[in-house]
Design a protein around this ligand. Structure first.
Ligand SMILES: *Cc1c(COP(=O)(O)O)cnc(C)c1O
Length: 434
């Protein structure tokens, strides 16, 4: 795609008027006077969610009581919402389950993958990831390695962190057990080539685990086609499931009946209501369930996933992707037209196809670390977020972001910088959550 031109606000309004996806915006509650560019961190509230939750609470829980596990289909909800998500990530319906959190699901699949390898390639004890991966992914792998190695052990499972593709190539040459990567980088939005990396990891005899936190619902995915072994993803970002929404786990069908995950809770048992003293894993993906899921949270997530499925008749993820790339390119063009690269430097790949659904700029020294500019921007009604050390991150979810929003956001940034509005003590105070 060629570089986007700098459009006038009227041209942006014309684009919105001709946008076939424009109607999808009406699905969301979006507060007056707010331009929301942080759906990559917390998706907005679908209008369908409050009504659905009222029904779950009043009719299903209130009236149905415990009968609703059967009569309202609660017991199947994790698998049902997982099957809906499968259509967004290029997997089969029985390869995806909603459960727990992204962190916990990563622990489960890392452990399952190591266990698979231990049976055929016991000499492989290295887990490979990227140093700039989202920290929880690294922390979970460190915790798992520590648990498997036991106290005081200095040998055994080891986490090796690489910085770039050359580092990955070297790590693969050493014959690791597995590689786990976040498909779209949370800070810069840079996309890994899923098919190519998976193929190289397999050629090295290792298993491939993808974290789709910034990919599911943001970019078209072909997990099965790429041959991915395991994947995890997040429910509260692009899937619009609400704060703390449950996450999902993908296990390729070929691994399902051999994979053992260590959080062997009763709902992952082959016969939970037989109440047997010994664990026997359920067939298929269900063994990745641990305990009782939150039906309220799962119901909210289903509404969020439905807000994406509503795009299917309009071209689905491909059409959404095309619009999000166009929004991102327009934003880059407008910001760079008005703000110098010494003040805000593009921190995301410039090529639309190398970038997820977000655009990040690094703050130059004149802006401090950029935190205050983001706070001033939020105060002005444009919500993005800040990621240490100096990244201003803007998400362009095509379900509800308009071309005029992109224009207005860029204008607000330029104005705050030219008037130095951000340089006030009230914008410097760092909150707990950035
Ligand atoms: C957001 C995110 C998570 C979140 O994990 P939780 O367990 O849901 O808090 C994990 N990994 C990546 C890459 C993320 O971006």
């Amino acid at each position: 795609m060629p570089d986007a031109a700098v459009l006038s606000r009227a041209q942006c309004a014309a684009r919105d008027a001709h946008d076939p996806l424009f109607g999808l915006r009406a699905q969301f509650h979006l507060p007056e006077g707010v331009i929301y560019l942080d759906g990559n961190s917390l998706g907005p509230l679908p209008r369908a969610t409050p009504a659905r939750l009222a029904q779950v609470l009043n009719a299903e829980w209130g009236e149905g009581l415990i009968r609703s596990w059967n009569s309202a289909g609660w017991i199947d909800l994790s698998a049902r919402v997982g099957a809906k998500i499968s259509t967004l990530i290029g997997a089969a319906p029985d390869e995806v389950l909603v459960a727990d959190t992204t962190s916990i699901n990563l622990f489960k699949v890392l452990a399952a993958a190591l266990d698979l390898q231990a049976r055929t390639r016991p000499e492989r004890t290295v887990l490979v990831s990227e140093r700039h991966n989202f920290p929880t992914d690294l922390y979970m792998a460190q915790g798992l390695a520590q648990l498997l190695n036991g106290p005081g052990e200095t040998s055994g499972y080891e986490l090796v962190l690489v910085d770039d593709d050359a580092g990955l190539r070297q790590a693969l040459a050493d014959g690791p057990a597995l590689v786990f990567l976040t498909h779209v980088d949370y800070r810069t939005g840079r996309i890994h080539d899923m098919a190519d990396v998976t193929r190289r990891v397999h050629a090295a005899g290792a298993l491939m685990i993808w974290d789709l936190a910034h990919s599911a619902g943001a970019v078209p995915l072909a997990l099965s086609q790429a041959g991915a072994d395991f994947a995890v993803g997040c429910g509260y970002k692009y899937l619009n499931g609400g704060p703390g929404a449950p996450a999902f786990v993908y296990v390729a069908r070929r691994h399902q009946d051999a994979a053992h995950q260590p959080l062997s809770g009763w709902l992952g048992h082959a016969a939970p209501f037989a109440f047997e003293p010994n664990y026997r894993p359920a067939p298929g993906i269900m063994r990745f369930q641990c305990g009782t899921p939150s039906i309220v949270a799962l119901s909210a997530l289903e509404c969020g996933v439905d807000s994406l499925l509503a795009a299917l008749p309009l071209g689905g993820m491909e059409a959404l992707r095309e619009k999000s790339v166009a929004l991102g390119e327009l934003f880059i063009a407008l910001v760079e037209d008005q703000v110098g690269p010494d003040v805000l430097a593009l921190a995301s790949p410039r090529a639309g196809d190398a970038r997820g659904s977000q655009v990040s700029f690094a703050a130059g020294a004149a802006l401090g670390n950029g935190y205050a500019l983001m706070q001033a921007l939020i105060d002005a009604g444009v919500i993005g977020d800040f990621r240490a050390p100096n990244i201003l991150r803007f998400g362009f979810c095509p379900l509800y972001v308009r071309y005029v929003d992109v224009w207005d956001a860029a204008a607000a940034i330029a104005q705050l910088i030219s008037e130095r509005t951000w340089d006030q003590p009230r914008f410097q105070q760092q909150a707990t959550v950035t």
